[in-house]
Design a binder for this molecule. Structure first.
Ligand SMILES: Cc1cc2nc3c(=O)[nH]c(=O)nc-3n(C[C@H](O)[C@H](O)[C@H](O)COP(=O)(O)O)c2cc1C
Length: 177
């Protein structure tokens, strides 16, 4: 049974990216899912000066969740063409712990927004950065979330669902390698 850690890279209470990340994790056969909430990992804004005072325990806790997982699923919210502050702050803090930052685990990167671009800019940014640690990371962007997703069926658009399944299968095959 693969242990999957999944989260929306957002601190919104009703994050659509959290929903999408959870949906993706539930499609992994026989997975044990650890669905994280970034609000549980809120830390002081990273700075080199604050780091001299010590790295927050929550950064170690977050890293421990990554270490315990066989695969990592992240769905990115886009704020002004980039990561949300909530995600970037965690990323910065854990980047000061042991490498590789994302533990070299198989990853599946997604994004969604209520608009037609589906937060593709932040997904491309994340893919570019995280691929430096591990090549061949599958990605999937869901545009117009409210039109293409519902809580019962998940991704409802047939073509988008087919693209999702292709990316998911790539991720699942990496879990067993
Ligand atoms: C400060 C702010 C900036 C945003 N910037 C973008 C953006 O650059 N691109 C985009 O597609 N959506 C943008 N949005 C809309 C978010 O994609 C939308 O709020 C989405 O629901 C965020 O995902 P979440 O529900 O998982 O937090 C922005 C929203 C906020 C509040």
């Amino acid at each position: 049974m693969p242990n999957i850690v999944a989260f929306g890279a957002s601190s919104s209470q009703n994050s659509i990216n959290r929903k999408l990340a959870h949906f993706a994790a539930k499609q992994v056969p026989n997975a044990n899912i650890n669905l994280l909430d970034l609000n549980d990992f809120e830390m002081p804004l990273y700075s080199t000066d604050r780091e001299k005072e010590g790295i927050p325990e929550l950064a170690f806790d977050f890293k421990a969740a990554l270490t315990a997982a066989d695969g990592i699923i992240i769905s990115f919210a886009e704020h002004n063409g980039a990561y949300t502050t909530a995600f970037k702050n965690i990323f910065d803090w854990i980047s000061r712990l042991e490498k590789p930052i994302w533990c070299g685990k198989p990853m599946f990167l997604l994004s969604t927004s209520t608009g037609a671009r589906g937060a593709i800019t932040v997904l491309e940014l994340a893919h570019l950065r995280l691929s430096r640690e591990r090549p061949n990371i599958p990605t999937f962007s869901l545009p117009s979330f409210n039109e293409n997703y519902d809580d019962i069926n998940g991704i409802t658009n047939v073509d988008l669902r087919a693209n999702f399944d292709t990316a998911l299968n790539n991720f699942v095959s990496q879990l067993s390698q």
